[in-house]
Design a protein. Sequence first.
Length: 262
Amino acid sequence: MKKLYSVFILILLVSLFPQSLSPQRNLKILSTVILDAGHGGKDPGAIGVNKTYEKDLNLKITLKVKELLENNYKDLNIVLTRSDDTFIELQERGRIANENGGNLFISIHCNSKKLDDPEQKTGFEFYILDPKRLDKHLELTLLQNLFLKDIKRNEEDSTINFIKASSFIYSNYKYEERMAKILVKEFVKETGLTNRGIKQEPFVVLYGASMPAVLVECGFLSNASDEAYLNSEKGLNNIANAIYKSIRIYKMEYDFENNFYK
């Protein structure tokens, strides 16, 4: 009830004072979303039981999400790490996100079980970074993130560096967790796929970005049923809608929290 009340107040404020949410007024709003279509070019990603290439589905979904966002927002900047069948290095994706000043990074993928796994896996799942495994991604955070570009590289400052980078990673974590939870709810509503929940892994594509980042696994190409759904126009539209609606809800809450809920 409290959350619904907060959302209602935000909608009311936006309708009464739309200019107050303009970036020109220096308010902290979600203004740039980075959409990352996983794999591409020489890297096909997972290959389905019926020879579907993951890279192709990732791009189709990403382009649909971009279109939905652009059709519904006039002042939201949408940046793609790739817009065609191009190979982009994992660390380069983070650099693109950082240089464009992203507020949210969504990496879109399709899943596949390991060849020696006897379990027939199905469904969607989401990945965020685990702040408890800080040592796994601290160094790349220090080297790559523009947010931390002022950090000096010498032993004398190592403790300060660690504290700064740790604080940075932890501050993003609460937003990553919130976005992932919204994605779960919207995927449950929009798709008929199994909910495999939220997981934590130190994926390079996630910790290269200086912003909250979530990796979306839309379904298993190693499962013929999932593959057929992901290949269908209905499946692609449902998944794109789920991601779009999740970003919409997240933006609404983020803008409200950072500007009105003090």
